[in-house]
Design a protein around this ligand. Structure first.
Ligand SMILES: [Zn+2]
Ligand SMILES: [Zn+2]
Length: 208
């Protein structure tokens, strides 16, 4: 596995890439985005409900994106399939952990996708939500989606930590990790597409 991973890194990770910089930039952007958007929310029960709905939408979107777009070669989206394939070939069920911080190149979304999420996807979706449900939903909705992205990267990261490390001392997180390990096994194209939580795998019978 060591030799395989060494060759993989040489082939896939660009020489200019620095995992520490990627992680730090994402953490700063995510933190600032949450603080700025949360400061604009007029807190009420309705706002909390809208945030919960945004999270429910996001986990649904993630399940379908993962199952039907990242695990299939869709014309025009071959690059997305290729990047996800790298994730699955570098991290296999018997070797889920990363060795060096630069290995997050195959774990986190690439910086340009993270940037597009904040500056294109979030504003567009928030405008659509505002047009459909009214302007008052926009700020809580964007907060829900912003929170989701941080949660997504964090939970997926945790699922690739060694067992017993950090949050993996708690059984809930261990169960989430086990769920994801099965997705990284030979069952990857048919099981456990939920990354942050497994509800849609139960609904659609893809839970193993
Ligand atoms: Zn993974
Ligand atoms: Zn996958």
């Amino acid at each position: 596995m060591d030799r395989y991973r060494k060759a993989f890194r040489q082939k896939v990770i660009p020489s200019y890439y620095r995992g520490a910089l990627h992680v730090a930039a994402f953490a700063v952007i995510q933190f600032v985005a949450v603080v700025v958007v949360a400061s604009q929310v007029v807190w009420s029960l309705k706002a909390v409900f809208i945030i919960a709905m945004a999270l429910a939408y996001a986990t649904t979107f993630t399940y379908f994106l993962h199952r039907f777009f990242l695990h299939r070669k869709i014309p025009g989206l071959a690059w997305a399939h290729k990047m996800h394939h790298w994730h699955h070939t570098f991290y296999q069920s018997r070797a889920m952990e990363y060795d060096t911080l630069d290995d997050v190149y195959m774990l986190l979304m690439p910086p340009w996708i993270q940037l597009l999420y904040y500056i294109v996807y979030l504003p567009l979706l928030t405008i659509v939500a505002g047009l459909i449900f009214g302007n008052e939903v926009m700020v809580p909705f964007v907060l829900g989606l912003t929170l989701w992205y941080g949660i997504y990267e964090l939970v997926h990261w945790m699922e690739h930590l060694p067992p017993g490390k950090g949050p993996l001392r708690f059984s809930l997180f261990c169960k989430l990790r086990e769920h994801h390990v099965i997705h990284h096994s030979r069952l990857k194209d048919e099981a456990n597409f939920g990354i942050v939580e497994p509800s849609w795998d139960y609904v659609f019978g893809t839970k193993k």
